[in-house]
Design a protein around this ligand. Structure first.
Ligand code: NAD
Length: 495
């Protein structure tokens, strides 16, 4: 069998071996072609990985189908939990390898990756491992019949994930699916396959039976499309852009009506009232809310609305904090912001900055490229924005924020909800009545009050309006991965 083991060296000298094959049936196998994965900090190729097309998708789905009917759906729930926990032990053991791959492949600063990624993966797996033996139905009183429900797995689930949080997205898709007894085929983003490949090795080492978890990479138009149209994929859990979400729903509708959950984009409002007690704290959260992950976050607080009385003061402090944060090589110390993921994304963001200027907004800070290699962009602040401007409406997915003024509660609620999206929102106020009133009125799946961005495995996450369908995380996610059967037993009545 061909070996795809490759040694990768990070700029700090850390070396990691990765198996770059497609992980199908617990083996690393050949793809239809290869994809070069690029270091966004330099624009240079890190390595190339095997890429799936229809034939390999068929193999992966067949493996998952066989594993589902071959026993995983009826595996003792405690055994499922044991395997999930074993995987978290291995992720903890190999955390340094994983964070190096994540930082190299997607440009996340090493320190951020260290602080966030392995621990999030572990938290999500441990949370859902706890649910394996807690999937209860109900007993329903009926007329002369004993009626009860069971929650059964759906079958082969496909998770299609983006590049902006490869390890975390992997955990969000795999953990709830397998704890409920489904088997999975995950397609990673073609831009960031490496950490998932390393985790594939750990899945095998943990002892998961072949076919329960399959991980492939490939282009969306080939591998993604083949999964969306596959007659043996019973459910797709997708995270990515609106356009791809629509294509997946259409493919599901045209084939086997597979169940679809979508986590899509956002243009989240972050609202700051003039009664806040500590403006420095508000500035800290608002800055994190837009610039974390170089602005490449679906729920980034990209529209900041500040009440008139404190607008100037907020802007001054926000600018000062922004200027104090370093942009640069993810492997250098004290870097807050790394590069954008790709040349395409870089150009897309620079184009939005040009549109903002052309439509009359003031580019108050930034707006330029940083350095002469890789895809770095200055943290950018637009002011003098109006609701009609493109940069107030469309998701930029980069380090670009628009800061606007508002008068009162009614004014800001109307502005905040003036969007096709509805993923996240922030509210900063020291008035509890106002906090509740505004939170209730906001059309968003998550509202953060007096902070931004925190997320644990226990809380549901998802979108209102065109930000998505269904909820991930928490107990809510389990309903996406199970189907309910009502069983009715005649307890003696002749009719
Ligand atoms: P994308 O839609 O381009 O790609 C996402 C995934 O879909 C990739 O794996 C890609 O290969 C695949 N894909 C592309 N075309 C496909 C097709 N026709 N059929 C099936 N699969 C296909 O998105 P992206 O650029 O990778 O990610 C950025 C987007 O993701 C942003 O809009 C962001 O807001 C969104 N996002 C949302 C969440 C959330 O939880 N709501 C989280 C992260 C990112």
């Amino acid at each position: 069998m061909t070996s795809f083991i490759t040694e990768i060296s990070a700029p700090d000298g850390h070396k990691v071996t990765v198996n770059t094959g497609l992980f199908i049936n617990n083996e690393f196998v050949t793809g239809a072609s290869t994809i070069d994965t690029i270091n966004p900090a330099t624009g240079k190729v890190i390595t190339s990985v095997q890429a799936a097309e229809k034939e390999q998708v068929d193999l992966a789905v067949e493996a998952a189908h066989k594993a589902f009917y071959g026993g995983w759906k009826t595996t003792n729930p405690r055994e499922r939990a044991r395997l999930m926990r074993k995987l978290t032990d291995l992720v903890k053991r190999d955390a340094e390898d994983l964070v190096h791959l994540e930082s190299l492949d997607m440009g996340k600063p090493l320190e951020t990756s260290r602080a966030v990624d392995p621990s999030a993966f572990i938290d999500w797996f441990q949370y859902y491992a706890g649910f394996c033996d807690k999937l209860h139905g109900k007993v329903i009183e009926t007329e002369g019949k004993l009626s009860y429900t069971v929650h059964e797995p759906i079958g082969v689930v496909s998770g299609i994930i983006p590049w902006n949080g490869p390890m975390i997205m992997l955990a969000w898709k795999i953990a709830p699916a397998i704890c409920t007894g489904n088997t999975v085929v995950i397609k990673t983003s073609e831009l960031t396959p490496l950490s998932a490949l390393k985790i594939s090795e750990l899945i095998k080492e943990a002892g998961f039976p072949p076919g329960v978890i399959n991980i492939i990479t490939g282009y969306g138009s080939k591998a993604g499309e083949a999964l969306s149209r596959h007659m043996k994929v019973s459910k797709i859990a997708f995270t990515g852009s609106l356009a791809t979400g629509r294509a997946i729903m259409k493919a599901a509708a045209e084939t086997n009506l597979k169940k679809v959950t979508l986590e899509l984009g956002g243009k989240s409002p972050n609202i700051i009232f003039d009664d806040v007690e500590n403006l420095d704290e508000v500035v800290f959260w608002s800055h994190l809310g837009i610039y974390f992950n170089a602005g490449q976050a679906c729920c980034a607080g990209a529209r900041i609305y500040v009440q008139e009385g404190i607008y100037d003061q907020f802007l001054e402090k926000f600018k000062a904090l922004t200027l104090s944060k370093k942009v640069g090589d993810p492997f250098s110390a004290e870097i807050f912001q790394g590069p954008q993921i790709s040349e395409t994304q870089f150009n897309r963001i620079m184009n939005y900055i040009a549109i903002g200027k052309k439509e009359g907004a003031t580019c108050y800070l930034g707006g330029e490229r940083v350095g002469d290699q890789g895809y770095f962009i200055e943290p950018t602040i637009f002011t003098d924005v109006t609701e009609e401007m493109t940069i107030m409406k469309e998701e930029i997915f980069g380090p670009v924020v628009a800061i606007a003024k508002f008068k009162d509660v009614d004014d800001v609620i109307a502005k905040a909800n003036n969007t096709e999206y509805g993923l996240g929102a922030g509210v900063f106020t020291s008035n509890i009545t106002r906090a509740v009133k505004v939170s209730n009125a906001l059309e968003a799946g998550t509202v953060w009050v007096n902070h931004y961005y925190s997320q644990t495995p226990a809380e549901p996450f998802g979108g209102y309006k065109q930000s998505g369908i269904g909820r991930e995380c928490g107990e809510y996610a389990l309903s996406n991965y199970t189907q309910v059967k009502a069983i009715k037993i005649n307890t003696g009545n002749p009719f």
